[in-house]
Design a protein around this ligand. Structure first.
Ligand code: GTP
Ligand code: MG
Length: 458
């Protein structure tokens, strides 16, 4: 474990900047309480019990800067396991800056991004995967991403990894014990058991890796591209979905030339909608680039909305266009637009088209049907975020892949009957990769990489 330089007392504003009712300034470190006490007029904070709140004023010499509430958390009963103080002051940037400067003058130093959480990890408050989940939790913006981050923070994922690791450690030590006996031909580690354990672990890893695709959707949203011919009403639909005049709408075909995108949450799932340039043959240079980009986006998206003007099409033409645009059968929802202008005969002609959603984007009619169809296509309905472990972190994916490959080497080695020390080395390699997920194995670079992605004050 990395040795902690915990002589510093760090300080940061924990709330977002800008004017608010209240701002919170947070300190952590051995001097957190004494430094605060030196600028606080009220009770003597150094003599108060942990988990108490105290009213008083913050003073720069005799000048009162603000009336505040100070919350005390005495080591080790705090987030970082160090002394922690939270000063709740009035939420003016000016007051916050004045108090910050005062605390810095008294010997605190500005915290780096993620430094509070890094200290919490280094002091054993939680493991690395849990620490990373804190960042995910702060960034979560839908019910599902919140569920998954919360579960990871509470240790669900870590437990699974630690369990696998413990079983492997057992075998590694048995094999290493054999080595101690040198010439005597002893086998403490039952090779068949080892093989079946590795098979088990590999199948669990495969499952975890498969969950990443889903985890990614939950964390980053479902990229959903809206495509169709010019003037179909794509930009109108985007605006209606977002409830905002985000894209330019006009009756001139070829209005949209670049993507316009934004996200909303539907039934707890984040959808990232991308409006694109209408698809047609064109001699306009700029529009042609737009069309090319639409085709690119189409192939990169997880979900496609194909929108057409019902007054201009027949079912056969639409079907042909769908086959041309989506040869690989990506998840697609076909949507007929402008039903407010369609004749009854026209509407009747399309009723048999399977899975077709009919809307009027301009009037905002039947958008609920469209939303429902989108949610069904993503098919997260049966996802159980409470009991299923879902991987959302690219770093974890990388470690799981490395573990898997090392376990393959163990199996190959066993098949070839190679010597125990080589088998043990491959097992150790698998253990190393697994240990990186929860932080049993860490390096300074790894930690820096993770925690600098946090916001300051967390
Ligand atoms: N009657 C009717 N008109 C609509 C509807 N949806 C869109 N329109 C009109 O159709 C025209 C084109 O709409 P846009 O949203 O700009 O179409 P687009 O698909 O983004 O077009 P490009 O950006 O050129 O590819 C505009 O005049 C809209 O007002 C609808 O449901 N009903
Ligand atoms: Mg448009």
């Amino acid at each position: 474990m990395i040795q902690l330089n915990n002589t510093d007392t760090i300080v940061a504003v924990a709330t977002a900047s800008g004017t608010g009712a209240i701002a919170v300034i947070r300190l952590s470190g051995p001097e957190a309480i004494t430094i605060t006490n030196s600028v606080f007029k009220g009770k003597d904070l150094t003599k108060q019990a942990s988990h108490t709140i105290h009213f008083g004023t913050i003073r720069d010499n005799e000048k009162v800067l603000d009336e505040v509430l100070v919350s005390l958390f005495v080591a080790p009963h705090s987030y970082t396991k160090e002394n922690v103080v939270e000063i709740s002051c009035h939420g003016s940037d000016y007051i916050v800056q004045q108090i910050m400067q005062l605390l810095l003058k008294q010997g605190a130093r500005l915290a780096n991004a993620g430094e509070f959480t890094k200290r919490a990890f280094l002091n054993g408050q939680f493991d690395l995967a849990q620490a990373e989940a804190v960042a995910d939790l702060i960034a979560s913006d839908s019910a599902l991403s919140h569920d998954v981050a919360m579960k990871q923070m509470r240790g669900g994922f870590s437990q699974e990894i630690k369990r696998l690791r413990a079983e492997l450690v057992h075998f590694a030590s048995m094999i290493e014990l054999e080595l101690d006996f040198g010439e005597e031909d002893v086998e403490f580690a039952d090779r068949d058991q080892l093989r079946s354990l590795i098979g088990n672990i590999q199948s669990i890893i495969r499952e975890l890796l498969m969950s990443f695709e889903l985890g990614n959707v939950i964390k980053n949203g479902v990229p959903t591209v809206i495509v169709g011919k010019p003037n179909a009403g794509k930009s109108t639909l985007l605006n209606k979905l977002l409830n905002e005049e985000k894209a330019i709408v006009s009756d001139v075909p070829g209005t949209t030339r670049d993507f316009i995108e934004d996200e909303i949450s539907i039934a707890g799932i984040t959808f990232r909608f991308i409006d694109t340039a209408g698809l047609r043959e064109t001699t306009d240079k700029v529009e042609a680039i737009g069309v090319e980009r639409t085709m690119q986006k189409l192939s990169q998206s997880s979900l496609i909305i194909y929108l057409f003007d019902i007054t201009e099409e027949t079912p056969a033409k639409v079907q042909a266009e769908l086959e041309r645009l989506n040869p690989n059968n990506l998840p697609l929802v076909a949507v007929a637009n402008k039903i407010d202008q369609a004749s009854p005969e026209k509407l009747a002609a399309f009723v048999t088209m399977e899975g077709l959603v009919q809307i009027s984007a301009a009037e905002g009619a039947h958008l609920e049907d469209l939303k429902q169809a989108l949610v069904e296509k993503v098919n997260l309905g049966k996802l159980d975020t409470q009991s299923q472990t879902i991987v959302t972190n690219l770093r974890h994916v990388d470690s799981l892949n490395k573990t898997y490959a090392a376990l393959d080497d163990v199996l190959n080695g066993l098949g070839l009957g190679i010597s125990g020390d080589l088998v043990a080395a491959d097992i150790r390699r698998a253990l190393y990769s697994l240990g990186q997920i929860t932080g049993e194995i860490t390096t300074d670079d790894l930690l820096d990489n993770i925690f600098t992605k946090f916001c300051i004050g967390k």
